[in-house]
Design a protein around this ligand. Structure first.
Ligand code: NAD
Ligand code: TYD
Length: 366
């Protein structure tokens, strides 16, 4: 089994790669990543010392580069000449499955400039599914195929809930509000159109907010942890009563592996841990865990178009595949704070001049 993982140098993708290499000794894995500001090979540096490193192959490149993507699906990329062990099939594509993480992923950046979001998230996804359908030479129905294309998406495509609204289900309408969410909705609909039109054996997953080690410090939880560790203010948007459905990153990755191996082609799966928390509550828990003062929390001007609440119904994933999260929010936050406390070299390097220039643009003088 050869997996093509896109965006595997990012936060979630790197945890997924580690999970697969450590638990599936028969899988080989190619990571295609452009190494944007959020891609970081250090996220996988620990693998070098591991036996599993022999089953891991990195290709630096852009998912929008149709020639490059085609060469991976067709087996013509030079990687396959250098590593004959990647040519285990007599005919057809050497790639058995794709797990597609690569994306521009930060809402605040999409509000400043959405162009890279539509390029990578919408067009890049189209390039991938187009290559998959050509090289996998598939005929409908998708459910019969041995190939799999797992598209990793987000609950943000559903839009925003009011406090008493029912949870998002897989058949809830898509009402994306931010440019990021709109670009992800475009990618979801493209993948589903390829399922419908060509019988592409694809699955779409929509997960809630992830947190855990190796998340870029521009995102809420790592920003608040690393700022607090440096006794800097914690910029809480608006009234801080927006609610997110938080999941520990490894629990998300376990769900993805399960869905990849046992999910139904053509299906959509919500993934969430049911840990709904208001931002202010999360901020207070973080400072408490770090023995810092809540005075560090500062209310700042709200994000434009800020969604009030995301929350997911995960009945399908639980009942059909028997998944459940292993870590509670309290346990996950403790582990995450501990990781940032013990890895200052990882996050201090990312909070560089370019980061602070971005920070001043978004938050002003906070
Ligand atoms: P991330 O920003 O940490 O990582 C994205 C990775 O994609 C980086 O390694 C980057 O270099 C790579 N990349 C970006 N553009 C690329 C391109 N054109 N070609 C190749 N590689 C490219 O993001 P993340 O938080 O790990 O999210 C991964 C996926 O999960 C995304 O698709 C995101 O929409 C989805 N998701 C994220 C969350 C969350 O809370 N972080 C929740 C649900 C879904
Ligand atoms: P974020 O991590 O950007 O994820 P998303 O917007 O995709 O849900 O933000 C999570 C929540 O935290 C969201 O409601 C916005 C809020 N937030 C702040 O209050 N301050 C911040 O500095 C950031 C980055 C986010």
């Amino acid at each position: 089994m050869i997996l093509l993982v896109t965006g595997g140098a990012g936060f979630i993708g790197s945890h997924f790669i580690r999970l697969v290499l450590e638990n599936r000794p028969s899988y080989r894995l190619i990571n295609l990543d452009k190494l944007t500001y959020s891609g970081n090979l250090e996220n996988l540096a620990d693998l070098a010392a591991h036996e599993a490193a022999k089953r891991y192959f990195f290709v630096e490149g852009d998912i929008c580069d149709a020639g490059l993507v085609r060469s991976l699906f067709s087996g013509e990329h030079p990687l396959f000449d250098r590593h004959p062990e990647l040519r285990y099939r007599e005919a057809g594509s050497p790639i058995s499955a794709v797990v597609h993480f690569a994306a521009e992923s930060h809402v605040d950046r999409s509000i400043r400039d959405a162009s890279a979001f539509f390029r990578t998230n919408a067009e890049g996804t189209r390039v991938l599914v187009e290559s998959a359908r050509i090289h996998w030479g598939i005929e409908p129905p998708a459910s019969k195929s041995l190939y799999r294309f797992l598209h990793v998406s987000t609950d943000e495509v559903y839009g925003s809930l009011e406090p008493n609204d029912p949870l998002f289900r897989e058949d809830s309408p898509l009402r994306p509000n931010s440019p990021y969410a709109a670009s992800k909705a475009a990618s979801d609909l493209t993948v589903l159109a390829y399922v419908h039109t060509y019988g592409l054996p694809a699955i779409v997953t929509r997960c809630g907010n992830n947190y855990g080690p190796n998340q870029h410090p521009e995102k809420f939880i790592p920003l608040f942890i690393t700022n607090a560790l440096e006794d800097r203010p914690l910029p809480l948007y608006g009234d801080g009563r927006q609610v997110r459905d938080w999941i520990y990153v490894v629990d998300h990755c376990r769900a993805l592996l399960l869905i990849l191996e046992r999910g139904l082609a053509g299906e959509i799966y919500n993934i969430g841990a049911g840990e709904e928390r208001a931002n202010r509550e999360v901020a207070e828990l973080l400072v408490l865990t770090m023995n810092k003062s809540t005075d560090l929390i500062r209310s700042v001007r709200d994000r434009p178009g800020h969604d009030r609440r995301y929350a997911l119904d995960v009945t399908r994933l639980k009942s059909a595949l028997g998944w459940k999260p292993e870590l509670s929010f309290a346990e996950g936050v403790k582990a995450t704070v501990g990781w940032y406390q013990s890895h200052p070299e990882w996050w201090k390097r990312l909070k560089d001049q370019a980061f602070w220039a971005y920070y001043r643009e978004v938050y002003g003088s906070v």
